[in-house]
Design a protein around this ligand. Sequence first.
Ligand code: UGY
Ligand code: MN
Length: 247
Amino acid sequence: MNELFGSTRDVVKERYALRTPSGFVPSYLPGWSNCVVIIQISQAMGANFCQFLITLEANGEGRGKSADTEYLVYVMEGKCAVKLGAKKHAVTAGSFVFIPPKTDFLFNGAAKGTQLLIFQKRFEPLAGVKVPPPIVGHEKDIAANPFLGNDDARLQVLLPNEPAFDMAVNIFTYQSGATLPFVETHIMEHGLVMTKGQGVYRLDADYHPVQAGDVIWMAPYCPQWFVAMGKTPAAYIYYKDVNRAPL
Ligand code: UGY
Ligand code: MN
């Protein structure tokens, strides 16, 4: 989409935001070096979690401790190594890494241009339930199940849907013309990146054309709906807070 100078599709409202790559401005994130960091969603916007897009140089690295937060890192492009505690793993495009609280991590050895999408949330422990362990997986090993019976709208749930987890990250793939079956309004918050194709997202009472690379934040109770359009399937990966009482 060509934008006329002085115009943008970006919208930042109280209950939702749409951000497009043409408006991204890099910033610095302690622990990450030789990389470009885009903080896509944060508390400064009104969200209860953070979403980062990090593009690594060949000598890029990210190191830190999850402390009282947790991370889901999804490899959008490229490949790199990740060390969680003493264990080392190789990850490639489509891999995901769940980093639980109190875990040391190191990302390095990247192919130039490797892109990591990171969701970070403050972990909410549940009395009597063990903190989940680290997980390293790949989207190709996750079943794509029809969403509410629709074969043309398929959902991959990357993390176990168990009480120990208070974060979900899912990949939703739509054939052109497929839709979310109804306008959802729910307590859960979303952070989302369009990864393929295009469509129209309803956010609150507004309708926005969206395409691969776009970012959406939906506050709790923001009415939402999507229709995929165009000649190829559309897909997005999204974050959701789950499995905890509101108070
Ligand atoms: O999991 C969800 O709430 C999902 N159906 N929402 C969305 O795709 N906007
Ligand atoms: Mn939803």
